[in-house]
Write a protein that binds this ligand. Sequence first.
Ligand code: URA
Length: 237
Amino acid sequence: MYSLFIRLEQFWQGLWTLSSLWQHKGMAKRKPSESANLLIPLHPTIPALQKAAKDCQACDLWKRGTQTVFGEGEAGAKVIFVGEQPGDREDLEGKPFVGPAGGLLDKALVEAGIDRKKVYVTNAVKHFKWEPRGKRRIHKKPDAAEIAACRPWLDAEIAALRPKVVVCLGATAGQALLGRGFRVTQHRGEFVESPLAPFVMATVHPSSILRAPDDETRHLEMRRFVADLKKLAGVLS
Ligand code: URA
């Protein structure tokens, strides 16, 4: 009787080890983007996606950020602006482009004659990646794995809105959506062929204008940014 008990015990131990090995192997093999894919709701409207993305742990950035910062804007928006990732203010407020870069984007949109309330703004990565420097949280560029892990959300936003125009703001968004070889410096302000939307363009990130070394350069860069945005007015009317 005792030996039967031992054998049963060994049998369960074996099953338990096999099942943990299987789970471990499954986790190691699982691509991060698959885990965000698993969260996409059956009816992926923007509000449903916003809600589902709150729980996203497809990469480790959720541990660092305060919250998921999902895209925002009009349901029928014809234009999507895609930035890199939320900054410090966005992370705290839970809304994209509400900090200094957002302020500059708003100003440029007004100058280009585009109503911000009629566009949708989002980011390639939906958590703030930062590292501490003293008491400050310093922005850190997301890496390729983090961008890939977040990609299902961006794809779902584009699929839900089916915009006429997608605008990539800066190199991270440009490369995330148009390929690693894409250079904003070479193709800024050009409409490029892409299955994402009828019109796809990349331009600089508003933060790059804020970082200009002097007023004159900042002013010039702002003019160039507004000129790129004005091209959208032509295809939106
Ligand atoms: N920079 C971005 O790329 N996105 C934001 O939402 C804010 C700053």
